[in-house]
Every structure is written in C-alpha cells, then in structure tokens.
Design a protein around this ligand. Sequence first.
Ligand SMILES: [Zn+2]
Length: 478
Amino acid sequence: MLYNTYSKKEEEFTPLKPGIVTMYTCGPTVYGRPHIGNYSSFLMADLLRRWLEVGHGYTVTHVKNITDVGHLVHDADAGDDKVQKQAEKERVHPLAIARRYEGEFLEDEQALRIQEPAHRPRASEYIKEQLAMVKILLQKNHAYETEDGVYFSVSTFPRYGALSGNTLENLSAGARIEVDEKKKHPADFALWKKCVGENGMHVLRWSFASGDVSTSEGEDPSSGFPGWHIECSAMSRALLGEQLDIHTGGEDNIFPHHECEIAQSECSGKSPFVRYWLHKRRIDLGDQKMSKSLGNVLSISDITAKGFSPLDLRYSFLSVHYRTNLKFSWKGLENARTARRSIVEWMNTPLTPDAKGRDSTDDVSAFSARFADAMDDDLNTSAALAAVFDCMHWSRSVNHSSATLDALQAFTAVVRDTFGCFEAEEETVPANVLALAKEREDARARKDFSASDRLREEIRAFGFEVRDGGGEQTLRKL
Ligand SMILES: [Zn+2]
C-alpha cells in the first residue's frame, strides 16, 4: 500500500506494465548546495525504489532531473531565474554555476548512498521536447501567447487543483497568487518566458521557432527560456512515456509545480499522467521549516564536520515515516548514529553455527515477514526497523543451527539492501579529531590531566572514543 497524494488514500500498488515500474523524481535546482532537507526527499525516493526492487523484484526505471534553467525565485512566474541570479552574483556563466552545483549535489548523493537513476536529464538539454509540448498546448487552445511569454490557461483544465486542493474556486477566494493583467487568469502559469523586460538579460535563451540556442539578442523576438514546470512534463515523457507509475517530490512541490505538471501533461497526452503521487514531508530545524530563504539550512558538510557519517543522517531520515515532519536535532542524530552502529556491528559480526543449536528458521521468517509487511504498509520504516532490532536481540539470545544462520543472513541482506546504510564503513578519522587527539597526547605528556579529560570529552562529541593502553592512545568510533 502506498499513500497517493492525488486520491488522498492508501492504495495497493500495481504498475502499468507487469514487473516494470517507471518512476520520476523532481531533482535539484542547481544554484547552490542543497541542504539536508532537500536530500530527505531524495532519500525517500531512493528507499521506495530499493524496496520495489529488493522486496518485490520489480525493475525500476528511475529518472531524476537537474534543473539548470527556468526555475524562478519563489516558484513564481515573474522575477529572476535562480541559476541566472547566482551567476550574476558570482560573475560567471549560468552553466558554470549549474555544473558546479550539480557536481556538489552528485558528491552528496554518493555520500548518502543514493542510487544512480537510469537518467539525469538536464532541463537545458531538453528544450526541443519542451517546446514541442508547448506547441501542442497552443494548438489545442490550452495555452496563449502574451508579450512576455506563453502561458497555460488553467480554466481550460477542469481538474486543475485536484492534487493540491488549490482549485480555481479556492484560489480566487484566497490570495496565494498575484494578479498579472497580462494573464487571462491569475493562476495561469508560464510555459515559456521571452527574453524581454525583466528577463531581457537572461543569458540562456533559445529560439521559440527552432529550439536552437539563440545567441544574438533581438533576432527572434520570441526567443526565451522554458518555465520551470514544463521541463518535468517534457523530460518524463521523453524518457518514460506519457504515463508514469510513480512521481515523487517534496511536499513543497505539490503546488504549484506538480499541479502544473498534471495540467500540461494531461492536456497534451494521456490521463492520468501519474498513477501514484508520493510526497515527503518537510524537515524542521527547531520550530521552523528548514529552507534556504529562511537561512536556517545545514548541508552534508556541516554534518560530517561534527564527526557524523552521512549514513547516520541517512538512517536518521529513513527511520521516521516519510509522511511525518521530522524535527532535526543533533541529539536525534546522535541517537540515530548509536542505533545504526548497533545494527552494523550485529550484521558484520559473524555468528558461529552450533551443531546442537535450534533450527529456528521459522522465527527468522516471522521477523522477515514483519519487516516486509511494515515496508508494504506505505513504507512504515519505524515498524520495519523495530522488527530488525527484535531479530537482533533474539539472535543473540540462543544458539542457532547453520540453517538458521543462513536464513538470518538472507534476511539481513534484504534489510541492508533496502536501507542502504548498514554496510561496514572504513574508520576514517577526520582531521579535526586527529588534531584534538594530538593536543591530548601533548597534555598527557605534560601531565595536564584536566586538559586531557576535557579533550577526551571533545573527541567524544565528534563520535570517537579515546582508549589509553600500552603507553599509546587509540581512537575508536563510538
Ligand atoms: Zn519537477
């Protein structure tokens, strides 16, 4: 069962084609280093994909895009392009910005052991596909041209608002959207922005007629760049077809982004565009949402600088159900580290079979069934991990036959492949911890034991234990 944001209920999952799952995840806008809140939604998509593969044997074709053009500030239809704005600030070409932050994003994803998708399309490399879709929408009168762009006409799509609840009726009652006299309806959104007015200086631009890169300003008055939403509709269609099994994103994407994707895709192709919509709830820091615009963000390097492994963060995020708001705290991350390491140690310490040991393969099957049932219950990871911990305690309490140990090994392999954070890691000691250890060695040499104790505590705060023995101190991960 998966909770479908579109139907607002849990549904049995069956893919369109037996054995094969098509899945699209809205990727990052590469204008800065993503914060850990952004990764929580990518981790959730990774977990879902792994469970479909490991738990059900599906072949998942996963697409995750890179937004390198067209995402305007505040997800709006006016204002600056996020990548362009950063490029102006750093005085470099927008694509230099995009590629740099894409590189950092990929490094972070690797550190978090997020699996590589089948495709990572870049918006700037699918301009012709986006324009083809815009032209179909114009032809079918779902779109119209204004002096500054081409807009989707929301009143031509009666299901607009079905995903987010922001129907035209609700929108006109509220004040979530600004009135723009050039648009027919305030909720109409940009499919194409012309390089005129406030976007006159936009560097990345293409000819509307041909889709080719447009270099000389003013040559083609409709040259411009695509709106943000259209890229996901066009790239998912190009790579996965007109209908997708699963589309994931953060809850921030529900409106306007995903609502608009549905409108564009369904007005130019088959319905439903997506069969299961899944959204990750946000991460809070203290009592506030973690967001770049609020300036209260943490990056992966902030996590590792404090001595945590990126896999501690992975465990911490995955151990809480994806439809629960998670409040990030360092204490919570410490607890996650302790829990994760206890599982890692258990999984990587071989148990010896006992010839007289009990054959308890049925018990292992019961733990394994509990784990699978929990994962099938809309990825109920906390219940799934509870089964893992119960199995761990049980396995240590009795002696087992070799058949039982084989069953245990098969079960732990499933858990490991599903969660992706229980492999034994090489113990690399970060430079700051090594420096503290050196300081402590010096303190001990001059018999300053209070300093030595204080440094031991400081080192401990970074996740390492100091052991003194044989006249030497050694470091061990907690
Ligand atoms: Zn998207």
